[in-house]
Design a binder for this molecule. Sequence first.
Ligand SMILES: NC(=O)c1ccc[n+]([C@@H]2O[C@H](COP(=O)([O-])OP(=O)(O)OC[C@H]3O[C@@H](n4cnc5c(N)ncnc54)[C@H](OP(=O)(O)O)[C@@H]3O)[C@@H](O)[C@H]2O)c1
Length: 282
Amino acid sequence: MRYLKYLDKYKINLENKIIVVTGANSGNGFFVSLQLAYYKATIILSCRNESKAQEAQERILKEVPDAKLFIEKIDIGDFENINDFVTRIKKNYGYIDILVNNAGVYYSDNTMRINYLGSYYLTKQLLPIIKERVVIVSSLVYRFGKFNYANLLDNKNVTRAYFNSKLAVYQMSIYFASLYPTIKFTIAHPGVTATNILKSANNKMSNILKSAGSNFLKLFTHCPEKASLSTIRAVIDDCANLTLYGPRGLFTISGFPQKEKPHKVINKNIDKLIEATELLIK
Ligand SMILES: NC(=O)c1ccc[n+]([C@@H]2O[C@H](COP(=O)([O-])OP(=O)(O)OC[C@H]3O[C@@H](n4cnc5c(N)ncnc54)[C@H](OP(=O)(O)O)[C@@H]3O)[C@@H](O)[C@H]2O)c1
C-alpha cells in the first residue's frame, strides 16, 4: 500500500464495522476495499463477476493477511439481481454499517441504469438495515448534468448520460438524507485517474484509442490508489451530513483529498428527478 502514512494519520479502527463496497474488484472500489481492510473493517466485496472478486480478495489478503472479506455477487444493472443480493445481505449479515456506492461505467448502453438507477434501487432496499453511513462515488462532472425528466435513461449522448448519472447519484443522496436523518450521507469524487473504466467502454471507440486514452491519463493524473483517498475520507471522517470530498489539486483533478464546496446544481429539481425515478422502479 502506497499511502500508509496518510492512512495512519487518521488513527481509524473499523473493527466490527460491516461495509458493502460495490464494484470492489477494480480501480477505486478495489483500493477503497484494500484500505478499509487495513483499518480492520469487514468488507463485503460486491461484484458482478465472481472470479474477478476472488482475484481482488487474494490481492487484498496479500497486503492485509488478516483482512475480513466476503464476496457477494451483484449486477447493479438488474433489479432482480439486486433483490437477490439484498436478501442475501439480510440473511447472512443482518445489517451493514456502511454502504459505498462505487460501481460504475463510463461509455455504456446502460450508463444511467447502472450508475444511477441501480444505485438508487440498491440504496433504497438497503437503507432500513444501514446503521451509519452511505457514501456516493460521483465525479467532478456532476456539475454538467442536465436531465430530460421524460426520458431519464436517455443514452443517445453517452457522455451526457455519464454526466447525468453522476449528478443523479449526488441528488439521490440529498433526497435519501432527508428521509433518513440518523444516517450520514457523504459524496466523494476521485478526480481523474486511469482505471478500467475506459477500457471496459462498450462503444465504438477502438481498443487502440482506449489504451492511448488510458496511457495519457496515467501520465497526467494521479494513480487510482491516491484517487481512492477521497472515498476513504468520505467513509471515515466525522463530518457534516452531505459533505463532498475531492482531490485538492488544480481543477480538483488530482491530489490528496479535501472537503469541497458543492456546485449549486445539486439542489435543482430534486423532486422532479425522484418522481421520474420512482416511475422507473415500479
Ligand atoms: N476513473 C476516473 O477517472 C473516475 C472519475 C470520476 C468518477 N469515477 C467513478 O469511480 C467509480 C469507480 O470507477 P473506476 O474508475 O474505479 O472504474 P473501474 O476500474 O472500471 O471499476 C468499476 C467497477 O464497477 C463495476 N461494475 C460496472 N458495472 C457493474 C454492474 N452492472 N454491476 C456491478 N458492478 C459493476 C466493475 O465491475 P467489472 O470489473 O466486472 O466491470 C468494476 O468493479 C465509478 O462510479 C466512476 O464513475 C471514476
